[in-house]
Design a protein around this ligand. Structure first.
Ligand SMILES: Cc1cc2nc3c(=O)[nH]c(=O)nc-3n(C[C@H](O)[C@H](O)[C@H](O)COP(=O)(O)OP(=O)(O)OC[C@H]3O[C@@H](n4cnc5c(N)ncnc54)[C@H](O)[C@@H]3O)c2cc1C
Length: 381
């Protein structure tokens, strides 16, 4: 087994895959090491919502840098992705006022209630209007991650799975299958940073955030794009920082303290098979209990029924976890040549490709574009 590479990436989630993609396109010999048998972390547990137009500041820069990479990867690695934009349903005048204020900066089109209802099957009487966030994309995270891995393998990237990393230092990664030498080490382990580099995680205040998610089927639920609600607007920088958000937050929290206690982001994405991903709740801490309270799921399902007027049937339930910190990203070099990359809020699918490209490109030099070898029949599409 080869023990020596230019770049060793720890973690096969979207940030690790993005790092490997940035390196391989620049002619580097890359190995990706993951303790799991396949990508099973936050990268396959999310909505597949690439929420570009709702970001601000550095997150927007990384999101904008991600967009062309997602489009290109979807084409080259052949997985489902749609240039859907994002729909937002406003159910109160204060939510509409917040959307209007955000739309003033461009990239967001305001919709009448009738225009919104033509694109998503929400109960007519509930909406006072809405918006369409134009730059956003949607993918199916499960098939995307598998297809990106297959594409990277076609570019010569080696994957070592079921292999745990116990320590990283300049030029070397210690794994449960022996050491790997590499000039560059990229650590992309999400919340598990608190195990691999606990002192770093503690010093920057990275903890864990746990989320409850459901996938449901419901007759007549039809979404031409991911759907956000007023609760979502309170979470994304483009909206949450505006004065108009204060009124929305105060009203929603006063009206529904039970939902506020869940730290709700009421949102939905529909997959190509018609099922709908429903979420989500948030709970933060140094450790996250794996026990999902049924009251949270019951509230998520009730809210679904109220919004769509259709009773959902649960297909799957799962818990997701991501790193949570005081800033939206962690970029650190604890030892020379050891780069730590993480999205430290729930926007890593949106920003991860751009984060890795932006931070790592200067280290790996000019792009030496590689022609992918053909993907054999039967590979993920
Ligand atoms: C429920 C949920 C919904 C979300 N929705 C969205 C969304 O719609 N849009 C969006 O932009 N973002 C969303 N996010 C956030 C996004 O999914 C994450 O930010 C992103 O996937 C993080 O990617 P990652 O590569 O850092 O982590 P992960 O995908 O978790 O990958 C980390 C990998 O590191 C491996 N690893 C850890 N420690 C070791 C070790 N010591 N040795 C070897 N391997 C190791 C793990 O096995 C894992 O495969 C959501 C997250 C969750 C949980």
């Amino acid at each position: 087994m080869n023990r020596s590479f230019d770049v060793a990436v720890v973690g096969a989630g979207i940030v690790g895959l993005a790092s490997a993609y940035a390196a391989a396109r620049r002619g580097q010999r890359v190995v990706v090491i993951d303790r799991a048998s396949e990508t099973l972390g936050a990268t396959v547990r999310n909505f597949g919502h690439l929420c570009i137009g709702a970001q601000t500041g550095l997150a927007r820069e990384y999101a904008d840098a991600s967009r062309p990479l997602w489009l290109r990867l979807a084409r080259d690695a052949r997985f489902w992705l749609r240039e859907s934009g994002t729909l937002v349903v406003a159910r109160h005048d204060d939510e509409l006022a917040l959307l209007e204020a955000a739309a003033a900066d461009g990239g967001i089109d305001l919709l009448s209630a009738a225009e919104l209802e033509a694109r998503v099957s929400v109960r007519g009487a509930l909406a006072v209007g809405g918006a369409w966030i134009r730059p956003d994309l949607q993918t199916d995270p499960r098939s995307a991650a598998a297809a990106i891995r297959a594409h990277l393998e076609s570019l010569g990237v080696e994957f070592r799975t079921r292999t745990s990393v116990g320590a990283v230092r300049t030029g070397r990664v210690e794994t449960t299958r022996g050491p790997v030498d590499a000039a560059h080490v990229v650590v992309a382990v999400n919340h598990d940073l608190d195990q691999l580099l606990p002192d770093l995680a503690e010093s920057v205040g990275v903890v864990r955030c746990g989320l409850d998610m459901l996938r449901v089927r419901a007759d007549a639920a039809s979404l031409s794009a991911p759907l956000l609600t007023g609760w979502s607007l309170l979470r994304y920088g483009r909206f949450a920082g505006l004065d108009e958000a204060v009124v929305v937050r105060e009203r929603l929290h006063a009206e529904r303290p039970d939902l506020a206690a869940l730290d709700l982001n009421q949102m939905y994405t529909q997959l190509p098979d018609g099922s709908v991903i429903v979420g989500d709740t948030h709970y933060k801490g140094v450790g996250i209990a794996p026990f999902q309270p049924e009251t949270a799921a019951a509230l998520l399902l009730e809210e679904f029924e109220t919004l769509f007027g259709a009773r959902p049937r649960v297909v799957e339930r799962w818990q997701g976890v991501y790193a949570s910190g005081p800033d939206e990203f962690l970029v650190a070099e604890p030892e020379p040549g050891v780069m730590v990359l993480a999205a430290t809020t729930g926007i890593g699918m949106t920003t991860g490709l751009g984060l890795a490209e932006t931070v790592l490109a200067p280290r790996f030099g000019a792009v030496a574009e590689l022609a992918p070898t053909p993907i054999p029949e039967g590979s993920p599409r």
